[in-house]
Structure formats: structure tokens, C-alpha cells
Design a protein around this ligand. Structure first.
Ligand code: NAP
Length: 484
């Protein structure tokens, strides 16, 4: 089979915050992997930029160490690492001052794709955009990449959008949500819109409900004080869960092109009903042995910030009328697992006695760990002894069917960075999407604050607060098991 690595044009990628945690953990290892996979074009350069004083050789040493720490040994190749390090350069720069900008201007090439990765706190986004403009560094091909959190409410998101829009057009701005870079998220779109089989059933008539779960085993640990200003709703629901919900619920776009896809996602967010207070459960994890409770991690014994949230959401349109979407996400849960489950209705009438199977098809899309897609189907249990039914998962990942030469699935960051270089915004959030998501989220958060609601405590290592189970039980449904 021919290699599926699609070449990209030569580029200069400037990583502001090139010495930070995200750069070391994700961006630089991702770029190294693309080089090892043969996708790095001749003439590609990666320029780290941060306030720390060092030269290119010092930066290469730092990046070598990062690769040794964050790229598994089996994926490291000495020659590829040397080739990668040779692409690197470094400029000491201050986003808030003038130091380093003339040097960067002299280094960056105007005749190749320029990508500026803002891997710094959002408070610096406006400064960086303004100085790139002032020093006439960013050419017409320039793209900027920004990370979450994109604001902490509608007002701050609008201010961020405005500060970027002052110097860059929307088609130059790439807002990363790494969930959108996952292989199975794209496969979900392929399955929905590349087959006749699913789309006719993809509506309230055939789908009973949809569950979206993003469960983590880690607590907030050292980030406690920072996280306490945010909480699960802002940190996870407003962005990641909302994006997944959009892809599941959106109408078929007319084309697989960035604005056609994002227009449809935006319509979903705008069609979301306000969530009733009794359809939301918030929680905080309790201490377990030596492990501190959420409030201890947050350093605030009276904290009212949620480390867990579950909710029942309705989309007011023809396709989804009366089909609930149940969302939940939390920290210190029993397993690390992210999954979307599309639970179809039961067959209207059963012709079989003594059924063992549930007669319910479930399409489960697993994002982590072990990305993949399964369809639960009911079949006859093989063998003699009459008609016994059993529900078995049909693996829809089909990696085996595509042969042994399929390129290893790139990590979400690798894929997204290469999409930036290609100029493809399909898997990035548009400014109006982000604002619409905040416009839906803000009143929910304000409501808790006004009512002075205190999150329920849940056992660390459990599936979340008891009330979240009741949210489902009241509707005669149940959450899927959270399992690794
Ligand atoms: P970090 O470890 O604190 O790194 C921040 C980087 O910014 C450092 O390289 C720092 O270097 C540089 N910096 C700070 N002030 C600067 C200034 N005035 N001018 C130029 N450079 C400056 O943060 P991070 O964890 O990498 O996160 C970066 C961004 O990504 C944040 O917005 C974060 O929310 C987001 N994010 C991070 C992760 C993650 O896994 N880490 C995941 C999702 C999103 P100097 O201090 O030397 O200047």
C-alpha cells in the first residue's frame, strides 16, 4: 500500500512559549514524530521563542531532553532526532516588551508558510498579535494557533477574539481543541456521512439517547488553585464535550470544508435548550487514604467549584426533539475513559422468547484510551439449543481490513499542527462557535452562583456522585460503565 503521508509545504513554525510544558510534552514531540514519519518537508524550521536567555544550541539540548522524556523509547531514532534538532532555532523574546522582536523579524521567512503557535497563557494573545503586526513579521500566509482556555466566559472570549481580529483575519486563526484531532472523531464523520446505513437512523425516531463521557483518574493536584477558578464546566464541557456533541448532532454539511462543517456545528450550539437546574449534578471528589480531597487540592476548604459535572441536555430541532444527550465529565473517577455512545431504541416488538440480548444497538465511539468504534448488535448465540440471542460488539475500526502498511495513527497534536501548515481549518473552532458555547454555558454557571449551590461529594475512584446516577435512573436509563 502506498504511504499515506501527505507532504506539506516548507514552513517556519514559531512556538511562543517554546520552553513551556505544552511545547515539551506535545508540540515538539508531535513535530518530531511527523519528521520520523517522513512528513517534514525540506526547508521546514521550528523556532522556539520565550523570555529565557539561551542560544539555538541550548534550545536543542532542552528539546533533546524533552524528546527523551516524552517520546517513548521505541519511537525514538537517533538519526531522526539529530535531523529534527537541526531544524530548530531559538529567539529570546518578551511578549510584553520590545526585546527580541527585531531578531525574530530578521529570522522569519516571508516566502514560506508561517505558523505562530501561541503556547502561552491567553493574557498574552493580544500582545503577541499586536507585536507580530507592529514589527511587520506576519506575512499574508501567516497563521496563528491558540490554545484553550479561550476565555473564561462570553465577555472574555469576545475580548480575545477582538484582540486577535485586530491584526488577523478569521481564516488565519486556528483555535485548537485537541479532541477534534483524534482519529475516531474524524472517523465518526466518515461513518455518519460516508455511509447510507446510519444517517437515516440518526434522529429522535430511532435513537433513544446519547451519552458523552470524559472521565479522568487524576485529580487537580498541583493545578488546584488555578483549576478552582475554572471547574469542569469551563474546563471540559464548554469546549471538548460541546465539540463532540456538535459533531454527533449536526446536520450533514454540504461539503467537508471548514466553514460548511463549522456552520452546522454552530447551529447545534444555538439550538441547545437552557438546562434545567435539576438536570445538572455537580460534584467534588473526596479524600481517599493519603490522597487529598478536591477542596484540599484547591487550597480552599469552602470551594464551590465542581470537579465533576453531569447533565441532561436537549437540542431544540426536528432531528433531536425529545432525544436527551447526557454529558458527564470528572476527575478522580474509576477509570480514564472518553466515549460517545449512541444508544438506539429497542426493537418495537420482539418475536423471540427468552431473550438474552438487549435488542438495543449501541454505537460506541471511544476516544481514549484505545481509540476505536464498536457497534453492539444482537445475533443468535452460535450452536445448537434453540434460538438464544446475544449482543456482541462489532469492531468498526477495521484497521486489519486496511492492511499492514497503513500509517500509524498520528497523535491529535501532530495532525492538527500539520492541518495548520496545510491551511485546513475544519478541525479548529471558529470564533463564533466559541462565543456561542460560552453564551450557553454562562447562565448555567451564573445560576449556580446565584443559588449558592454546593457540589455533592463523591468517592474518589467511583463513577461520580449518586445524584448523577439518579439523573439517569429517573429517566429509566443508566450510564454506561466507565472502564479503561
Ligand atoms: P508553561 O509551562 O507555564 O509555559 C509558558 C511558556 O510561555 C514558557 O515557555 C514561558 O517561558 C513563556 N512565556 C511566559 N511569559 C512570556 C512572555 N511575557 N513572553 C514570552 N514568553 C513567555 O505553560 P504551558 O503549560 O506550556 O501552557 C501554555 C498554554 O497552553 C496555556 O495557555 C495553557 O493553558 C495551554 N494548555 C496547556 C496544556 C498542557 O498540557 N500544558 C494543555 C492544554 C492547554 P518564559 O517564562 O521563559 O518566558
Amino acid at each position: 500500500m502506498v504511504s499515506r503521508v501527505i507532504p506539506v509545504e516548507p514552513f517556519d513554525l514559531i512556538i511562543f512559549g517554546g520552553t513551556g510544558d505544552l511545547a515539551k510534552r506535545k508540540i515538539l514531540p508531535g513535530l518530531y514524530r511527523r519528521l520520523a514519519a517522513g512528513q517534514m518537508p525540506d526547508g521546514a524550521r521550528v523556532i522556539g521563542a520565550a523570555r529565557g536567555e539561551m542560544d539555538a544550541s541550548g534550545y536543542r539540548d532542552m528539546v533533546r531532553e524533552a524528546l527523551e522524556t516524552f517520546v517513548p523509547e521505541e519511537d525514538r531514532d537517533a538519526d531522526s532526532i539529530d535531523t529534527f534538532l537541526a531544524l530548530l532555532d531559538y529567539v529570546p523574546i518578551d511578549a510584553k516588551g520590545e526585546a527580541g522582536w527585531p531578531e525574530l523579524a530578521a529570522l522569519v521567512r516571508k516566502d514560506v508558510v508561517q505558523a505562530y503557535y501561541f503556547s502561552v497563557g491567553p493574557s498574552l494573545f493580544g500582545d503577541l498579535a499586536a507585536r507580530l503586526h507592529k514589527h511587520e513579521i506576519a506575512g499574508p500566509q501567516a497563521r496563528i494557533v491558540v490554545e484553550k482556555p479561550f476565555g473564561h466566559d462570553l465577555e472574555s472570549a469576545k475580548a480575545l477574539n477582538a484582540s486577535l481580529a485586530e491584526h488577523f483575519n478569521e481564516d488565519q486563526i486556528y483555535r485548537i481543541d485537541h479532541y477534534l484531532g483524534k482519529e475516531t472523531v474524524q472517523n465518526l464523520m466518515a461513518v455518519r456521512f460516508g455511509n447510507m446505513l446510519f444517517e437515516p437512523l440518526w434522529n429522535a425516531q430511532y435513537i433513544d439517547h446519547i451519552q458523552i463521557t470524559v472521565a479522568e483518574t487524576v485529580g487537580v493536584g498541583g493545578r488546584g488553585a488555578y483549576y478552582d477558578k475554572s471547574g469542569a464546566m469551563r474546563d471540559m464541557v464548554q469546549n471538548h464535550l460541546m465539540q463532540l456533541l456538535c459533531l454527533i448532532a449536526m446536520e450533514p454539511p454540504s461539503r467537508f470544508d471548514p466553514d460548511a462543517v463549522r456552520d452546522e456545528k454552530l447551529k447545534v450550539i444555538r439550538a441547545l435548550d437552557p438546562v434545567l437546574p435539576h438536570h445538572i449534578v455537580r460534584g467534588q471528589y473526596d479524600a481517599l487514604g493519603e490522597e487529598p480531597s478536591y477542596r484540599e487540592d484547591a487550597g480552599d476548604p469552602k470551594s464551590r467549584t465542581e470537579s465533576y459535572v453531569a447533565m441532561k441536555v436537549h437540542i431544540s430541532n426536528w432531528r433531536w426533539a425529545n432525544t436527551p444527550f447526557y454529558l458527564r465529565t470528572g476527575k478522580r473517577l474509576k477509570a480514564r475513559a472518553s466515549e460517545i455512545a449512541v444508544v438506539f431504541k429497542e426493537t418495537p416488538h420482539s418475536i423471540f422468547d427468552n431473550e438474552a440480548g438487549s435488542n438495543r444497538n449501541v454505537l460506541s465511539i471511544r476516544l481514549q484510551p484505545n481509540e476505536g468504534m464498536n457497534l453492539d448488535v444482537t445475533i443468535k448465540e452460535p450452536g445448537p439449543g434453540g434460538m438464544r440471542l446475544v449482543t456482541v460488539p462489532l469492531d468498526m475500526t477495521f484497521a486489519d481490513a486496511l492492511g499492514p502498511d497503513v500509517e500509524e495513527v498520528p497523535d491529535a497534536y501532530e495532525r492538527l499542527i500539520m492541518d495548520v501548515i496545510r491551511g485546513n481549518q475544519t478541525l479548529f473552532m471558529r470564533g463564533d462557535e466559541v462565543e456561542a458555547a460560552w453564551a450557553w454555558t454562562d447562565p448555567l454557571i451564573e445560576g449556580w452562583q446565584q443559588r449558592g449551590e454546593v457540589p455533592k461529594t463523591y468517592d474518589a475512584g467511583s463513577a461520580g456522585p449518586e445524584d448523577a446516577m439518579m439523573l439517569m435512573h429517573r429517566d429509566h436509563r443508566r450510564w454506561r460503565e466507565i472502564k479503561p
